[in-house]
Write a protein that binds this ligand. Sequence first.
Ligand code: ADP
Length: 429
Amino acid sequence: TAAAAASTVRQVELEKECELRIEVGPNSPLRLRLVSGTAEVFGTEIPPEIWVTYPPRLKFAVFTWYGAKIEMDGITETEYTADETPMISYVNVHAVLEARRSRAKASPPDSDMAQGPRVIVVGPTDSGKSTLTKMLLSWAAKQGWKPTYVDLDIGQGSITIPGCIAATPVEMPIDPVEGVPMDMPLVYFYGHATPSVNVELYKVLVTELAQVVEKQLAGNAESRASGMVINTMGWVEGVGYELLLQAIDTFNANVVFVLGQEKLWSMLRDVLKNKPGVDVVKLQKSGGVVNRTAKVRQKSRGYKIREYFYGLLNDLSPHSNVANFSDLNIYRIGGGPQAPRSALPIGAEPAADPTRLVSVNVSTDLLHSVLAVSFAKEPDQIISSNVAGFIYITDIDMQRRTVTYLAPSAGELPGKYLIVGTLTWLENN
Ligand code: ADP
């Protein structure tokens, strides 16, 4: 595509319905400002005149409906203007969703009609799912709705760190740099970056999340009319496809947007034909969506974890704490054998129960693990409880029997039970 640009202040004139696609360089941020006209980044308007800083490696587009002049300062990996985008089709489906929200709002609050659109965005990896999800949410929030953002993507989710599924109300257009406010999202910890590690657990957590979201919506007419937008994983074959069907079913989605794959669209359309009131709509993938290699994706998981502890611009200072082995109650979900071998008939292999709770003894295996702090009051509530936050194990002293860990703040952890999976992070990577 385009050559990397040197770090000089430069201006770009954008014609109406065009976008400037940017990949910020790897080492330093990019400053950008809107000189004249109007423009948005993934559905959120850019404030006029003010310089905004975009962090290294961010890939984004500045789109304008009516024309704009942009000024940039900093090094980019890529920057080019595109006049072909699917934005018109995206804003058209947004308009249809808006009409449904208005209809829901005008309906008797206790009726089924009072439920706004429940949108789910599906498609293979790098088809622009998260981007479309954020756009639809931001456009809705801009019109004063309070849609619920549900993220089922444990690999590259954008509500919280990887290995989790989460939901949060969106009250303002989503900041393209900061993301959704991290205040109080509802988060369930799966603990692995790939769903195949424990598919059963993933399903259980999706069901838990859906139930709580359902309860929250039932008590809030405004949220209910606003509906939800659900982002999903890029795993669309085999078990991945079944997980999509489960998500559609569990969240009672009634609008399915399929990005970038004809086959998936026709499969879903055929299967959902029998479900009245579910629309399956094929949408064009944007040419601006950047393909990420497995390595890039893994790196970006690390950056998300770093961001949780240190902030996007290194503006947070996590606290290093020391605990005795005996003070930590760590559990793993799944894996361990269901019954001891001795209790089974001769020759039978113990089956691994995917949702069994296993108490974990501290060992050096836990070094560099990211653990979740559960809200559970008792161990048997762990699987059905959401989590308060995360800690990161930085040192294990087997002699002194102490664990050193990083937490967002000093003081006691917000819960007694910790959950461990296979999620790890190397701080200096
Ligand atoms: P998916 O969720 O399907 O994996 P994403 O929406 O995360 O895909 O898009 C992949 C990457 O491409 C992200 O880094 C995103 O910011 C970037 N991207 C998406 N649309 C555009 C665009 N129009 N111009 C530039 N970058 C884009």
